[in-house]
Design a protein around this ligand. Structure first.
Ligand code: SAH
Length: 233
């Protein structure tokens, strides 16, 4: 069974976008995953196809209407659809590699992309949406966030990455940032590759990489070392 993504958006032209190329694009062509981009505007009922309105209580910007979004969601994800329903949102739980792995192991995802000031709170509650953030910054819309999430998920699907081992050694997979990498030439602008990496001693190389990963993590992301939750179950 392949991973089925349905994305609800005002800009379906943004999909598959970058995910139509490289590993994700080949996997899409091969049917390892599928992507359906649904135009939210098609579920508006007035002649101007309105999807937003002014915020209750006043203030700047516009809010996406609960009724229009509910119709779009119910079309994309009818009762019995087992896929999680996600709302890309800066107020959401920050996306982690652990959540990405869970999603990749499931049947797919229904992803709602916000625009303007965001979506009516009642829609989030009534449809049990899981709010997911890709970081502490504000995008102009949920589409780039959905592309980021799907990119992270799709590369984990069986058969997508040529060398499956490299996925397990990646940053975050063992609670550490990854060690530095080197390749030819042996010397670049006076900087040689560290001796240990050309020693041929696999035990020493593994120990060196582990030590570098720990040092880097201590310097840059001490929060990862302090986390009491394993990053990957
Ligand atoms: N007024 C909102 C921001 C709206 S940005 C606030 O202050 O919280 C418009 C849309 O972009 C959001 O509805 C969401 O879908 C998307 N978005 C913006 N930043 C995001 C982030 N960091 N992660 C995921 N989605 C984001």
């Amino acid at each position: 069974m392949s991973f089925a993504a349905s994305v609800l958006t005002l800009y379906p032209e943004m999909f598959p976008g970058a995910l139509g190329l490289s590993l994700a694009g080949r996997a899409l062509e091969a049917g390892t995953w599928s992507l359906e981009a649904i135009q939210i505007r098609d579920f508006a009922t007035d002649k101007h196809r309105t999807v937003d309105d002014t915020p209750a209580g006043g203030g700047a910007g516009m809010v996406m209407r609960a009724d229009v979004l509910a119709r779009a969601l119910d079309h994309a994800s009818p009762p019995g659809d087992e896929r999680p329903r996600l709302l890309m949102s800066p107020r959401g739980k920050p996306l982690t590699q652990a959540r990405v792995r869970e999603l990749a192991a499931g049947p797919g995802a229904v992803i709602l992309c916000g625009r303007f000031e965001g979506v009516d709170q009642r829609l989030i509650e009534a449809r049990g949406l899981e709010e997911v953030s890709i970081g502490d910054f504000i995008l102009s819309g949920g589409e780039p966030a959905a592309l980021v999430l799907l990119d992270a998920v799709v590369r984990l699907l069986p058969g997508v990455m040529g060398n499956a081992v490299s996925g397990e050694e990646e940053s975050f997979e063992n609670g550490l940032l990854e060690h530095p990498h080197y390749t030819r030439p042996q010397e670049f602008e006076g900087r040689p590759i560290p001796d240990v990496l050309i020693s041929g001693n696999h035990k020493k190389i593994a120990d060196w990489r582990r030590a570098e990963a720990e040092k880097l993590t201590r310097e840059r992301r001490p929060d990862l070392l302090a986390a009491d939750q394993p990053l990957v179950k």
